[in-house]
Design a binder for this molecule. Structure first.
Ligand SMILES: Nc1ncnc2c1ncn2[C@@H]1O[C@H](COP(=O)(O)OP(=O)(O)OP(=O)(O)O)[C@@H](O)[C@H]1O
Ligand SMILES: [Mg+2]
Length: 222
């Protein structure tokens, strides 16, 4: 089922030097249960497109549909909070909080109704963090573990769409594959729509569909 659709999306950045046409009429459809990789050289518009898909910003032109609703008609912030989980290259965990508190905080912000501690612990277990580690501060984990905690945080509210911007950019091969395996499982076992921006060929290889961007254009779209 198609859950996210981009129709002729364009985006410009206004700088002192003039307009930068970062995204040019991108059209695509994304389904649940599928892992997408977005590849393309630096500056080709990948992060710009992902920010629009996450509802972080509105396109200058074109339209995004979540299921059959246009993001122009629904609250973008609410869409993001309820339906999107995001993962970044730098994990952005809060250093003063423990692993479990980092995940709980995202549940708090999303006004999660159930037992937050229990849900946070389940998510950490799902990504392979051991119970003994739950109360350790996030800075005391390795990079690979921190990214797994960030994944737990992103999926805690059970979003349908998981967006990851170079999630393995700071990780060695073993840890990269660990994260990719979790992301693939989220799509194939839990039916999520997983979209991963990556520069790594071995990450893109694990995706079901690879999309390429070049100079603001999305080339081969599904
Ligand atoms: N905040 C900004 N202000 C002005 N220009 C920007 C801004 N962010 C990105 N750009 C420009 O928009 C274009 C697309 O950038 P974007 O970050 O989307 O590329 P990318 O494909 O994610 O690159 P990378 O692989 O390096 O992360 C580039 O020309 C970039 O310089
Ligand atoms: Mg980028």
């Amino acid at each position: 089922m198609v859950i996210l659709q981009l129709k002729q999306l364009s985006y410009d950045y206004i700088t002192k030097a003039g307009k930068v046409h970062a995204l040019k009429e991108a059209t695509a459809s994304f389904e649940n249960g599928i892992v997408y990789a977005i590849v393309g050289r630096s500056g080709s518009g990948k992060s710009t497109m992902m920010a629009l898909m996450a509802g972080l910003d509105a396109p200058k032109d074109g339209e995004i549909f979540y299921r059959d609703k246009s993001l122009l008609e629904i609250d973008r912030d609410q869409f993001r909070r309820e339906h999107v989980g995001m993962i970044f290259q730098s994990y952005y965990l809060l250093p003063q909080l423990t692993a479990v508190e980092n995940v709980e905080l995202s549940l708090e912000l999303a006004k999660y109704k159930g037992n937050k501690r229990q849900r946070a612990e389940e998510m950490l277990t799902l990504v392979g963090i051991k119970k003994e580690q739950f109360k350790k501060r996030s800075t005391q984990f390795s990079g690979g573990e921190q990214q797994r905690i960030a994944v737990a945080r992103a999926i805690a509210t059970d979003p349908e769409i998981i967006l990851a911007d170079e999630p393995t950019g700071n990780l060695d091969n073993e840890n990269s594959m660990n994260i990719v395996r979790i992301l693939v499982d989220l799509a194939h076992q839990y039916g999520k729509c997983v979209i991963i921006i990556t520069h790594a060929a071995e990450v893109a290889e694990q995706a079901d569909v690879v999309l390429k961007m070049d100079d603001g254009y999305l080339l081969n779209h599904p």
